[in-house]
Unconditional design. Structure first.
Length: 285
């Protein structure tokens, strides 16, 4: 069995860097062997980690099996308590995060309470709501959406009507824009005025490696495309820009299918897969 670096915020930072923009990861690494290897692997991708911290404790580990190219989760070890504790957003770290154009976080990062400060500081905020019902309640959406410019929702388990309704709900509750990824059924984006959809780019299962990181790659491709077209809070994307961003997201997700695990860099270990979680990462400058 081998271990591989990865995790939602880590992946988005790495994929953004691979698309040509500066990126950094802001979070917590464990001081065990896996934590050291994870930090080294992320830095080797050109992602800045110098504002992250190392704490005593074990790194979180997700154990997976790849079956016919798709990932099957077998278990999760949350790691050390101190490593899981979110990184406090000090004035210095807030200023650092605000020096980036966009900051990405997720439901697993423990950043809900600091999102208002991050948003007020200036950068665009993207936030991954995953696919779990507990993060789609009215109370949770009301807590997060008003401070989010791009809400990412995994909707492979929903039909198109339910997906569109969820996107509208996220925007109605304050998100500037909502993006739903639906696996082989493509993706849909909605910004309160325009709905755009795009089909998935389907890889040959015999040629692909696995689907690890495909959703994160889609988000990175989508966001980077919008940023290059001038997306900001003062300049909402044009309908054509949304369509191009969906196409770029689909391309990025397709190419990710041919990458081993999240971004390669595996090493032999008694653990099947290693994953890292942290509060957030500044993405493109």
């Amino acid at each position: 069995m081998d271990a591989y670096p990865g995790g939602n915020c880590v992946n988005v930072a790495v994929y953004t860097r691979r698309l040509g923009l500066d990126a950094a990861y802001l979070g917590v690494f464990g001081d065990d062997g896996l934590g050291t290897a994870l930090r080294t692997a992320v830095a080797a991708q050109g992602v800045a980690v110098d504002h992250s911290v190392v704490r005593p404790g074990a790194t979180s580990v997700s154990t997976l099996h790849v079956r016919d190219g798709d990932r099957v989760f077998l278990g999760y070890d949350p790691g050390g308590t101190d490593v899981r504790r979110a990184l406090p957003l000090t004035p210095a770290l807030l200023a650092y995060a605000a020096s980036f154009t966009l900051v990405h976080s997720s439901v697993y990062s423990g950043t809900e309470a600091v999102l208002p400060r991050l948003a007020t500081a200036g950068p665009l905020i993207s936030f991954d709501f995953s696919d779990e019902d507990e993060y789609r309640t009215p109370a949770y959406l009301d807590r997060v959406c008003p401070h989010v410019d791009l809400a990412l929702l995994s909707c492979s388990h929903l039909d198109e009507a339910a997906t569109r309704a969820l996107l509208a709900e996220a925007v109605r509750r304050g998100a500037g824009m909502a993006l739903a990824t639906r696996g082989l059924d493509g993706a849909i984006a909605y910004d309160g005025r325009t709905t755009a959809a795009a089909p998935a780019r389907v890889a040959d299962p015999a040629a692909m490696s696995d689907t690890m990181g495909c959703g994160d790659a889609f988000l990175a491709g989508f966001a980077v495309s919008l940023l290059r077209e001038g997306w900001s809070r003062r300049a909402a994307p044009a309908p054509e820009a949304l369509e191009r961003a969906l196409d770029q997201g689909a391309r990025a997700a397709y190419h990710q299918c041919f990458v081993e695990a999240a971004f390669g860099s595996g090493w032999p270990t008694p653990v099947a897969r290693a994953g890292g979680r942290g509060p957030s990462e500044p993405a493109p400058r």
